[in-house]
Design a protein around this ligand. Structure first.
Ligand SMILES: Cc1cc2nc3c(=O)[nH]c(=O)nc-3n(C[C@H](O)[C@H](O)[C@H](O)COP(=O)(O)O)c2cc1C
Length: 139
């Protein structure tokens, strides 16, 4: 079974808070590690941007769970492709908090100063996550 990468954007549902995000992360880290899925999750301006990488079967299974999760809405698939290698191999689900994002980093991959994953191409969204993961790892 080969590797795939999936990137999607979504919006946090009303009434959900930072503590819900830490619960989401706990589940994600535990479950993803058990099925060899890796990736990164960014939360910024009420938006989630997430990348999942792993076997097609496992990534597909997780994406289905995520689609049914009421803690977020307006889930938009930005990119799905077969890949030859992982980029987040050391992260079962690495979290990228709001503070990691600066205007210059966002501007590098976006059409405007305000972060809006719904206006990003799949490639730019993926590259933004990759860039921010390096920032988080070096802090
Ligand atoms: C933004 C967001 C990201 C999530 N990421 C993952 C993930 O990477 N892996 C995972 O197993 N669950 C993730 N979840 C949680 C799943 O939606 C689901 O609640 C969890 O896998 C438990 O599924 P179950 O209730 O069907 O057992 C995420 C949820 C949200 C809202």
């Amino acid at each position: 079974m080969f590797l795939v990468r999936l990137v999607y954007a979504s919006t946090i549902s009303k009434g959900n808070t930072e503590s819900d995000i830490s619960q989401i992360l706990d589940t994600a880290k535990q479950h993803n590690a058990s099925v060899d899925v890796t990736g990164a999750l960014l939360f910024n301006r009420n938006y989630f941007l997430q990348c999942l990488e792993g076997s097609r079967l496992r990534v597909n299974e997780i994406y289905h769970r995520i689609l049914n999760d009421r803690r977020h809405q307006n889930i938009l698939l930005l990119d799905y492709r077969e890949v030859s290698e992982r980029e987040f191999g050391d992260w079962s689900m690495g979290y990228i908090p709001e503070v990691a994002m600066t205007t210059p980093i966002n501007m590098k991959y976006s059409v405007s100063k305000q972060f809006d994953p719904y206006s990003m191409s799949g490639e730019s969204a993926y590259k933004l996550l990759l860039h921010l993961s390096q920032v988080v790892k070096t802090v």
